[in-house]
Ligand binder design. Sequence first.
Ligand code: GFB
Length: 324
Amino acid sequence: MDKNSRVYVAGHQGLVGSAIVRNLAARDYSDIVCITQAELDLRDKQAVEGFFARIKPEYVFLAAARVGGIAANSAYPADFIRDNLAIQHNIIDACYKNKVRRMLFLGSSCIYPKMAPQPIKEEDLLSGWLEPTNEAYAIAKIAGIKMCQAYNRQYGTNYISVMPTNLYGPNDNFDLNDAHVLPALIHRFYKARVIGEDEVKVWGSGTPRREFLHVDDLADACWHVMQNPNTPEILNIGSGKDITIAELAKLVKETVGYTGEIVFDTSRPDGTPRKLLDSNRITALGWEPRISLKEGIENTWRWFLEYKWPVIGPNNNGNNGGMP
Ligand code: GFB
């Protein structure tokens, strides 16, 4: 992929796609193609085929997806499986028909079995049952990975799937109900500080462990993978460190300057007990994460204060949808 290659980033308005565009722009890529959801519905096969035939991208980052936290995954399993299957099917097939040189598909660490040995290796895929709260989403992502592998095998394409751990950063969804834990807690603690609440409810027992990676680190990893023509077909991308939800809540509370109490709401699900990835394959290719969790939370809170809070204010949940 050289600096004047035509690169299409699907999902450029979302957390991951926007970070990939920032990364490519900072590296002086001059032909980055993006199109909004309003202009092109990626679930529409004919529309996607027409777009690819017109644009003829050489490289594609498939970062468009319907995503959400544990509550959104539980509440909308039909939307998650239908939209993700359609988006990835349309794009992967269009890449093949239009002879895209390389395509990178974004998976998720929730594709691995709920009780996978830790840290989780790429070989653990399909070795056990999935976490029920996000089974529909995980099945869609597994289908995407298998579709990439099947095309590689039958058609000789060069498609790679990356499995990022729990991501966060600018352009995330900060909805109090539907978002992932880190942005939801930034919003909840900051709102409690502004309106003077004595306590903040954190879902679950606080004991599950999660590994967090700033999305700018992920974008850098994606660039590394795209640059290297001989990577394995599946690559985990994580920070190598995990913490409990209780520890995360304390860190977010301190960062946003909230001084009240944390209360755990055990009527809410915990989800997978632990999800730490083994990222040795990607680190062996020369990539390593640079942004510490403390620094990353600070950076994400500042982004929230500048761009989100003025729009959301103290009176609504902050929904910005889950479909980049
Ligand atoms: O980030 P999260 O929704 O996703 O939740 P998962 C992580 C943990 O944080 C769970 C707890 O144990 C939650 O109970 N938690 C505490 C909260 N407070 C909150 C809160 O206010 N909001 C949220 N959302 N959680 C997702 C999958 O699982 O992981 C997706 O559902 C995706 O499919 C993503 O794969 C990476 O890590 O549990």
